[in-house]
Design a binder for this molecule. Structure first.
Ligand code: SAH
Ligand code: SF4
Ligand code: F3S
Length: 475
């Protein structure tokens, strides 16, 4: 990831990193009907797949890793960039082959692409039997019945209330240590480039008590880290039905942190306009709230930020970064960055490069602008930056970030971190991997008596590419 000269292939790898599909598996050996599910896109989609798995298991379904063994193939889709949708269409070609061999198998498209294209998807992709949007998952059993009768099952209704608060997600493909908890759905922000408000609907916050109960249940089952998920977690706001109680994000964080000092809390994503000092002080006050903030900047230039409708300026963003480091000097910050947004000049692009250095991001997820049909940017602005310029700017962003990340990692050499063990390292059974509070992966030799879910102290003594290498130590 951190080799010296980024090629376009590296650029694409970087884009794909966060958005890989994954087959989720549970109880493969059970009898009865089987489903196979693949998820693409953001953590919210992965979390939704666990809700869908829970709904299906109540209907007597078990999941399978082998697509050919399934009665129902589901693909949870993402629309964020053109490439994300292209990948889904490629997968549908593969599903078609299975369906030709096993004509009874149903194919369902769920998630953001289902919501964006609605019945158009049925016209474009003949093999699809079910189209189901993110707020309609309770209706999946009904749509399966419709499809089994030979009709197309479609529900893309977007709700103002649905939070699936009462559905206990089935933790599929889980390491038993870390889990997502969805705390809100939808987005009201209307960033001009973004399709999410159209695919996920209006923002709504989930019952605070059900969130705390889910965290407590996970802790009781041995999980040691939860990530609170929403498109804009800092605007979380829940009011009890009798209106006697209001809970904002800082208060919710505190409630979850109090479940146990042994349960780590992470959250994503923070919008720079909404992250309050209150949230930062709550993070500082609780050792188990991880000192890591994903704070997407998108661009370092105020004119572009205004066109993007991000509602903050370069100076506002810098003030927030300064505040974070002032309150928590050990906090790591990461970002999302878009290059080549409509009318972006070379000077404006330079502002993004300098922002990476200013904010000292530990990492950034970087993308070149992809126009999405129906968004305000697609309606109002011309997508006028040529693809090669977008990609070149992206490669420059990646190069600067790589240097900043390398410096960030260098600073960790010789330091000792508390690490939550997640499992074996990818490369060696003799090593564990785990993350520190700042969300950096550290690999270290195993020690007798320790296993996944345990905390240990690790002293960093080497760095290879993006991973810190260390040894267990005492403090
Ligand atoms: N809610 C989060 C981000 C959700 S989408 C937030 O507000 O930060 C994840 C990232 O995809 C965005 O932060 C943005 O960097 C990128 N993205 C969204 N729409 C895009 C588009 N049309 N083209 C390229 N990248 C896009
Ligand atoms: Fe999209 Fe903006 Fe909402 Fe994030 S905050 S999901 S970028 S509209
Ligand atoms: Fe993609 Fe939908 Fe998430 S568009 S990024 S899966 S909210």
């Amino acid at each position: 990831m951190y080799n010296q000269n980024p090629t376009l292939e590296d650029v694409d790898k970087n884009i794909d990193e966060k958005r890989q599909g994954e087959a989720l598996v549970l109880n493969e050996n059970q009898g009865g009907k089987k489903f196979y599910i693949e998820s693409y896109g953001c953590a919210m989609n992965f979390s939704d797949s666990e809700i869908v798995a829970s709904i299906l298991s109540k209907e007597g379904y078990s999941s399978t890793r082998v697509m050919e063994h399934s009665d129902l193939i589901l693909i949870n889709t993402c629309s964020i960039r053109e490439k994300a949708e292209y990948n889904v269409r490629q997968r549908l070609r593969e599903f078609d082959k299975v369906k030709k061999k096993n004509p009874g198998t149903l194919v369902g498209v769920m998630g953001c692409m289902a919501e964006r294209l609605k019945t158009k998807l049925l016209e474009q992709e003949k093999l699809v039997d079910i189209v189901i949007g993110p707020d309609a998952y309770r209706d999946l059993p009904g749509l399966i019945a419709t499809a089994e009768d030979g009709n197309k099952g479609v529900n893309v209704y977007l709700s103002r209330e649905e939070t699936y608060a009462d559905i206990s997600p089935l933790r599929l493909g889980s390491n038993g240590v870390t889990a997502f908890i969805s705390i809100m759905r939808g987005c009201d922000n209307m960033c001009s480039f973004c399709v999410v408000p159209y695919t996920r609907g209006r923002e709504r916050s989930r019952d605070a008590y059900s969130i705390v109960a889910e965290a407590a249940d996970l802790y009781d089952r041995g999980f040691r880290e939860v990530t609170l998920l929403g498109q804009n977690v800092d605007s979380y706001k829940w009011e009890s039905p009798d209106q006697s109680e209001n809970v904002n994000f800082a208060q919710l964080l505190e409630r979850v942190a109090l479940v146990s000092p042994e349960l780590r809390i992470r959250f994503s994503t923070s919008h720079p306009k909404d992250i309050t000092d209150d949230v930062l002080h709550t993070m500082k006050a609780h050792e188990n709230i991880c000192k890591y903030i994903h704070l997407p900047v998108q661009s370092g230039n105020s004119r572009i930020l205004e066109l993007m409708n991000r509602t903050y300026t370069r100076e506002w963003y810098m003030e927030r970064v300064n505040k974070i480091y002032e309150i928590m000097p050990d906090c790591a910050i990461s970002a999302d960055i878009i290059t080549g947004f409509c009318s972006e000049t070379e000077e404006e692009h330079q502002d993004t490069l300098s922002m990476i250095e200013f904010a000292k991001y530990s990492y950034s997820y970087t993308f070149s602008y992809s126009e999405r049909p129906g968004t305000p940017a697609a309606k109002k602005f011309e997508d006028d930056i040529p693809l090669d310029v977008k990609k070149r700017r992206l490669a420059e962003v990646i190069k600067v970030q790589r240097d900043v990340s390398a410096k960030h990692n260098q600073k960790d050499l010789g330091k000792t971190f508390k690490v939550l063990i997640e499992g074996n390292s990818k490369k060696s059974e003799l090593h564990f991997k785990g993350r520190n509070s700042q969300n950096k992966m550290i690999v270290f030799p195993k020690q007798e008596g320790l296993g996944p879910g345990d905390y240990t102290y690790v002293k960093v003594n080497d760095i290879t590419s993006a991973t810190l290498i260390g040894e267990i130590t005492t403090v």
